[in-house]
Design a protein around this ligand. Structure first.
Ligand code: SF4
Length: 755
């Protein structure tokens, strides 16, 4: 499991020279973001000034991490790329497929049994191609990366949208789809539009009930779910230095909720302490030697307006705890205003379940501070009134907080410790309820709260807060409880108040673990055979997609015109569908079933013009595909926000959708569509969305001459015989147009490797 010290040495040896060169070339001081990006340029992108938000640039990330739900498809694709071994250190983490039901031991045993085929596949492919394998129960990808692999100044990609968590250790860590991971593992350059840089200046110091989570809850309220799109958020200032490393990780993790490409912090003492505590003194010592290069230049921080595209300032000393939600993580309420909001917006006032932990908030500090409240509750004669669960982020954390007594504190007040896995955070939750359709409130220390995400019930109002606030409110059982000001009545009928939480940043006796759950790959994997049962309903070897032909984008039918928010959860739902993440044909049965049809306001009910009947979206798509009728999907703003899963692009592709036309895209999803060789298009005039009728035939008339920086033309043939046309934009460069003409980016890689 050892981090690659030679790689880190090489990065640090090259840093001073490369940064000096970049500074000279750009003719200005550099932000940390620029330092990391410009020192990771791929040779195909020469050192020059790249325009933020405009130019596509090739990078060479240092590492790749994959979680089990996305790794299946990524590795199925990697197997088609024609390589013997991964080109950069890579890891697989088995965290998404474990259903939370009874508790850690039982749930893990069941998952090992039910997912055996998938785990065996991932383990064997990892073994064969030189990939580190973290077994089920070892923990959640981002926690394990922070504990083992992240290093200041490094660059990594991960097939999960919360990969930015590693920004807590000063990395530029970006969530991508599996197809991007395949590029990097295959040794190809990895392409990204040069991001803008948003500076967040932190002043002051946290105290009392406020925690790092509240910083990002506040930032989400300011920037909204779209505000970080196309940008890296760089935190700086004395307030940043006052935060723990893992607290920084929480902030970067949830930067995904504002659409940011990633978030990061400059190297400081907190990172050095964390590296040393996690058995990486060698990395800390190396980082200390180049510390000045692992943070932004002082001039950038002295005049941030001059060097950042946008600047936000937050004073940690006056920051209040926040509760964000429901249904969107940017609806931010300071806790002092939340009880009134519960009344005003008629949120269900009973807190049914409080859930703490996850990759976002299961550091030693988080659990120690939350446990201090559980301890107080016990001392003051209180128990949790809500159901209360604790999800440790890794076996190392679990083992350590078990040894140090925090887990017992939670259990003593009625908490249930779940497996070291995603569980309820990704809908892997067999929730105990007498009515799964009831309107209700839950509060989590996770990061995401879209409708249905946690328990599949659209009536569940999911709110997000710090683990401390979740714990205190679970003790009260009420959404209207403000632990800063309100009292509770204990078992003896006395009025008591919770004191502010206390805790330490790192375990005083060090981290410990007996079996971290790691498996090293074989030195030589050439003799290892990867077998996929053709009858399997969970895994399916892939066939290359065929390139789109011009006649296929002529007279296309509108599969669905999606109305309002259409996230990757709407396009390719998680929860029970996680089972089929390695089987494209089977998982395509969930394609767009959560999207709202703009023509009838229903989900999974669209009219099909072969049969003239309403049917499920995937059935309609298959009917069109079987009749060689091309299809287009239409959507609104920020289409595909949320997760990095490329299934949301592969499924429509497999079902015969050639183009997706929307008002705007979430970055990762747009790239995923491109990688699968599809057309990702945006309305030049957003009002043209209204022109598209459900019985239209849609043609992209100039597809055959598609070129960078040139709009395409959409022609609508209405059923009444009239015709309308309008321009649509795209962001394909020449290489990406090559993906379309090859059928997919992967087809292009294979062509190049075998050329
Ligand atoms: Fe797992 Fe939730 Fe973290 Fe995603 S956000 S890695 S589902 S714990």
């Amino acid at each position: 499991m050892a981090f690659d010290i030679d790689l880190i040495k090489k990065v640090y040896d090259d840093l001073p020279g490369k940064i000096a060169e970049a500074r000279e070339k750009l003719g200005k001081p550099l932000t940390l973001t620029e330092k990391i990006l410009y020192t990771h340029l791929h040779p195909e992108s020469p050192l020059q000034q790249y325009n933020r938000g405009k130019d596509y640039v090739f990078f060479q990330p240092d590492r790749v991490a994959m979680q089990d739900a996305t790794a299946q498809m990524a590795l199925l694709q990697f197997m088609m790329a024609g390589r013997d071994k991964v080109a950069v250190p890579s890891t697989v983490h088995c965290d998404h497929l474990i259903l939370a039901e009874e508790g850690a031991t039982e749930d893990l045993a069941r998952a090992n049994d039910e997912n055996k085929e998938v785990y065996d596949f991932l383990s064997t492919v990892s073994d064969k191609y030189g990939i580190g394998f973290w077994k089920p129960g070892a923990g959640i990808i981002h926690q394990i990366v922070l504990e083992n692999y992240a290093f200041p100044g490094g660059m990594m990609i991960g097939t999960d949208s919360h990969t930015p968590n590693a920004g807590g250790l000063g990395m530029v860590a970006i969530g991508v789809g599996g197809a991007d991971a395949v590029d990097v593992m295959a040794g190809m350059p990895w392409e990204l539009k040069m991001p803008k840089v948003i500076g967040v200046k932190l002043t002051g110091k946290l105290s009392g009930w406020t925690s790092s989570k509240d910083v990002i809850l506040k930032v989400a309220g300011i920037l909204t779910v779209k505000g970080g799109t196309g940008a890296i958020v760089e935190y700086f200032g004395e307030g940043a230095r006052n935060l723990s490393c893992t607290g920084k990780g929480t902030i970067c993790n949830m930067g995904a909720e504002i659409g940011a490409t990633t978030s990061t912090f400059g190297y400081d003492e907190s990172m050095s302490r964390y590296l040393r505590a996690t058995d990486r003194t060698e990395v800390a010592e190396l980082a200390d030697q180049v510390a000045e290069h692992l943070t932004g230049d002082a001039a950038c921080y002295a005049n941030p307006e001059q060097y950042f595209d946008r600047v936000i300032e937050i004073d940690l000393s006056t920051l209040e705890p926040h509760i964000n939600g429901p249904y969107t993580p940017d609806r931010a309420f300071p806790i002092s205003e939340f009880a009134a909001a519960v009344d005003k917006f008629e949120f269900p006032p009973v807190l049914e379940v409080g859930l703490i932990g996850s990759c976002t908030n299961s550091s030693y500090e988080d659990l120690d501070r939350a446990a201090s409240l559980a301890r107080q509750a016990k001392q003051k004669g209180l128990k949790v009134k809500s159901e209360f669960t604790v999800t440790p982020g890794s076996e190392q954390i679990r083992f350590t907080v078990d040894r140090d007594g925090q887990l017992k504190e939670f259990e003593d007040i009625g908490g249930v410790v779940l497996a070291n896995a995603c569980g309820p955070c990704i809908g892997q939750w067999a929730r105990h309820t007498d009515d799964p359709n009831r309107a209700n409130s839950i509060l989590t220390s996770f990061n995401r709260n879209f409708a249905k995400r946690n328990d599949g019930n659209p009536q569940t109002r999911g709110f997000v807060a710090s683990p401390e606030i979740v714990t205190a409110m679970a003790i009260s059982g009420s959404m209207k409880f403000n632990p800063l000001t309100d009292t509770l009545i204990n078992e003896r009928g006395e009025e008591v108040m919770l004191d502010p939480p206390t805790g330490v940043e790192l375990p005083p006796n060090g981290f410990a673990v007996e079996d971290a759950g790691y498996q090293d790959p074989a030195e030589d994997g050439s003799g290892i055979e990867v077998v996929v049962d053709p009858k399997s309903d969970r895994l399916q070897l892939l066939d290359p997609f065929k390139p789109i032909r011009p006649e296929q984008v002529s007279d296309m039918r509108v599969l669905i015109k999606a109305k309002g928010k259409c996230t990757t959860d709407h396009i390719s739902m998680a929860g029970p569908w996680l089972t089929y993440r390695g089987h494209l044909e089977n998982i395509s049965q969930n394609c767009l079933i959560g999207a709202i049809n703009a023509y009838n306001d229903k989900t999974n009910s669209v009219i099909n013009y072969v049969t003239n009947e309403y049917m499920a979206v995937p059935d309609s798509a298959l009917t069109y595909r079987d009749n060689q009728i091309g299809q287009i999907v239409v959507g609104e703003e920020n289409y595909g926000e949320g997760s990095s899963r490329e299934h949301a692009a592969m499924e429509p592709r497999w079902l015969g959708v050639h183009a997706v036309l929307v008002k705007s895209f979430a970055r990762i999803h747009e790239t995923n569509l491109k990688k699968q060789g599809m057309l990702a298009l945006t309305f030049v005039n957003a009002d043209d969305y209204d022109k598209i009728r459900q019985d239209d035939k849609v043609t992209i008339s100039d597809f055959a001459s598609m070129a960078p920086d040139r709009n395409l033309t959409v022609v609508l043939d209405h059923a009444d015989g009239t015709q309308e046309s309008f321009e649509v934009a795209h962001t394909y460069n020449q290489a990406q147009i090559g993906w379309v003409t090859a059928g997919s980016a992967l087809n292009k890689i294979r062509e190049e490797l075998t050329a």
